[in-house]
Ligand binder design. Structure first.
Ligand code: UT7
Length: 315
């Protein structure tokens, strides 16, 4: 398969590091030097569905495709307003598509998971045009009084349209169960017949463990897809890495011994937007005209689970 359209959508509210110093014991210097983040977008008046629908419509317009021609919609998402139905159903109705759809929760790796699933759909020969939408609102997961986690995230949506092609060169997905390093429990109630206490726990993150996992996993997955495809790091034109922490991206860059220009960044503007991070970055470099036909692109993401994944594709 190949990517023929990209789109993204951001909340209008920009929350700078300086703004966070009014509600948290933190500083622009700490956040910038430890993460690379200067500001993030946070949902205020919008709904997450609005962003997802907007990104989907932009990707369809970029692909010059009518929603009626879609054969499948996959939405990557961790949390949204609805327990049911899936957010992909809401997107499907709003854009005027008639195809089947489902959601997947792959944490920050949702986009790479969706690409690999879409690739296997193509191989089955059953579906031709697939829309992937990644829409995330981590601002509703973190405790805004917890400076160790709340400064890291931002909300947003990214989307791609796929059709038949031979542009995916290799994919690698990994999982290792260390769920207690980064997790959040649902705000669900137990029945009076269940003795467990009801709880409303925000996101729990052991930052240094996640940092170490992320760096190792990304290097391992990227090395794997390069080996599978027989492509050397020098031949890759762009490395689009999950924008979680600038220091993680720099470690990957140093390991691969590749120049900075190959690693586009937007972490300073958006922070970590979970599964939307890589498709938002892809749309930015695409719309900036930085991608040429035939360019080789590595995508890599890592997140709660721990899960991780990488993919190499030709533009
Ligand atoms: O998609 C995956 C999502 N998660 C991640 O990507 C997180 C990966 N981990 C990280 O990015 C880093 O571990 C963090 C940015 C979260 C933290 O950076 P660190 O260099 O590992 O800092 P640390 O946790 O060792 O904390 C150092 C100090 C501590 O103070 P003390 O104990 O040395 O006095 C923290 O309490 O920094 C303090 N601190 C802060 N200070 C100001 C923690 N958060 C903040 C803050 N502002 N926001």
């Amino acid at each position: 398969m190949k990517i023929i359209g990209t789109g993204r959508s951001h909340p209008s509210l920009v929350v700078t590091n300086e703004m966070l110093t009014h509600i948290l014991d933190t500083s622009d210097e700490w956040i910038t030097s430890r993460t690379g983040i200067k500001e993030r977008r946070v949902i205020s008046s919008e709904n997450l569905e609005d962003l997802a629908i907007d990104a989907a419509k932009k990707a369809l317009a970029d692909a010059n495709m009518d929603a009626k021609d879609l054969d499948y919609i996959i939405c990557a998402n961790v949390v949204n307003e609805f327990v049911s139905p899936a957010m992909s159903c809401i997107i499907q109705g709003a854009i005027g598509a008639t195809c089947p759809c489902f959601d997947l929760n792959g944490a920050c790796v949702g986009f790479i998971y969706a690409l690999e699933i879409a690739e296997s759909f193509y191989r089955s020969g059953k579906y031709k045009n697939i829309l992937i939408v990644c829409a995330e609102e981590p601002s509703r997961m973190v405790n805004w009084h917890d400076r160790t986690a709340s400064v890291l995230f931002g909300d947003g949506a990214g989307a791609v349209v796929l059709t038949e092609g031979d542009n995916i060169k290799a994919t690698k997905m990994s999982a290792s169960c260390n769920w207690d390093r980064l997790y959040q429990k649902h705000e669900l109630q137990y029945s009076p017949y269940n003795s467990k206490p009801n709880s409303n726990l925000p996101l729990v993150m052991h930052g240094q463990d996640v940092f170490m996992f992320a760096t190792k996993a990304a290097i391992r997955d990227i090395s794997n897809v390069l080996k599978q495809s027989g492509i050397k790091p020098d031949e890759v034109d762009h490395f689009l890495i999950h924008q979680a922490n600038l220091r993680i991206i720099k470690s990957i860059k140093d390991f691969l011994r590749q120049p900075e220009e190959k690693f586009p960044l937007n972490i300073h503007r958006y922070g970590n937007t979970s599964s939307a991070s890589v498709p938002i970055l892809l749309d930015e470099v695409n719309k900036e005209g930085k991608l040429k036909r035939g360019d080789l692109i590595v995508l890599s993401a890592f997140g709660a689970g721990f899960v991780s994944g990488a993919c190499i594709l030709e533009w």
